[in-house]
Structure formats: structure tokens, C-alpha cells
Design a protein around this ligand. Sequence first.
Ligand code: ZN
Length: 283
Amino acid sequence: MSGFRCPHCGKSLENVAGGVLCANGHRYDRSKWGYVNLLPPSRGKNHGDDRMMVRARRDFLNAGYYQTLADALCETVLTYANERARIFDAGCGEGYYTVAVKRALAEYHARIFGVDVSKVALEFAGRRDRTLDLAAASVYALPVCDHGCEMVMSVFSPLAPEEFRRVLIPGGTFVEVYPLENHLFGLKRAIYDEPYRNEVKPDMLEGFALLEKREVRYTMTVTGADIGNLLRMTPYWYKTSKEGQQKADMLTTLETEAEFGIAVYRAIPDAGKGGSSDVLSGV
Ligand SMILES: [Zn+2]
């Protein structure tokens, strides 16, 4: 089993030579980087992060600046994932965290899948680990059967709570990583005249109950080309003036805060599903 479902008819996709195939004969080829393209034809062009952004992110992450976060994320996943969990990394990007979690789960029979809308990011994820199960798809239309997995994780990616609940088993776990108020404030101080703090999202998600929240905070000293990579891998790059971009490229060291929240949610099963008339009577 490939773990993915056919975007055309919804049947599960089986691995066949060179791609995946559903029972209705819909076939999707595997790219040379190992991912299958399950985007609808109209979304066939490149979307999501571009090559410069993805390369910058890969180089920055490989330098280990977010290792502390990766360790904390793996610890959290191990706490909640059972032996045979199927885990979907929704918006896996170039696979840094996907691979970290995969390695952490090495002793388990668990399986991790990566989904991203950017084919460039998936190419880099495939380069990182050729054995990853990867698909090009939107997090808003995951190529996963209803209640087809035990855990969804999202690291700095758009949230689709309704879709995550559809693919999770009742009571399944959702793990989210997001930036806290002062994340990268040092970088913003260096390039903006009026740096601003991040707006932190509330710890609530419709249809989910918060189980745990932890915060990872530290200061990092970024040096050399990693400073430019840090700026290029974030949306700040496109919001920064030419002058600001040049300022960043001229820095030799940068001290900045790294602040992350890791929230763990449980999908609340649908209340009264199938017997709604009884539940609603007398309201
Ligand atoms: Zn099909």
C-alpha cells in the first residue's frame, strides 16, 4: 500500500513499478526524486516555495540551527505516536523534520508520509531521503483516506483543521509547530527600521482539544551565508526592501531569538453523528 489515496476517485493507491495505481486504473508516475504527483491537473504547475527559498532552507537547517526544535518535535511525536502509527507531515517542505521524525521512529513500525504543494520542495526532500513516502498535494485536500491516519503534523505550514479531522482516526493526534512572539526578532531588528513582534496564534483549533503545549526558546548566533539563507527561507525576504536584503547579506554575525511553540491536539469525535435527531430533540 502506498498510504495515499487516488485524488480522482478516492480509492487507495497501491505501489506498482514506477508509480502508484488505484483499483479504477488511475495511475500516477513516481518522479525521479521519489514523490508522486497527486495535484489536480490545473495545479500541475509549480506552486508553493520556490527553488531559492527551498535551497536556502535546506542549507540553513543542515547547519543545525533548529536542531533543538527538531529534537523537541521528535520527543513530542514519540510521546503520542503508537507503534504502528501512520503519520502525515502536512506541508513537509524539504523534509528536514520529516526525516528527523522518521529516524526517531526507527525502532517502531510507524510510517511517516510527507505532503507538500511545492514540487521543488519535494525534490529536495527526496534528495534528503530517497525512501521517504512523498506526494505533491495541497494540505487542504490531503491524498489520504477518511480516518486513514493516527497523527498529522504541521511545522510552520498552513492549517486545514477540517481536513486534518477528516483524515485522522477519531481521537487522533495533531502536532503543530508555530513561531512565538519573539521568533527571529534579532533578524527583523537588523533589517527593518521598525521591527515588529509576531502575532501568536491562539491555542485552539475547531474540532480539536488541546492536550499539551510546550515552548522552545533559545538565542542563536547565525554566521556568514547562513544569515542570508535565514532571510531567504522566510516570507520576510519578499517583504524586505532591496536595502534590507543588502543589509542582511553584509552582516557577518547575527544574534537572534529562536522561539517555537509545539501544541498537541486530539481530534474530537463527531458528537451525535448518525443519531443526530435523538441528540437534537429537546434542544
Ligand atoms: Zn482512482
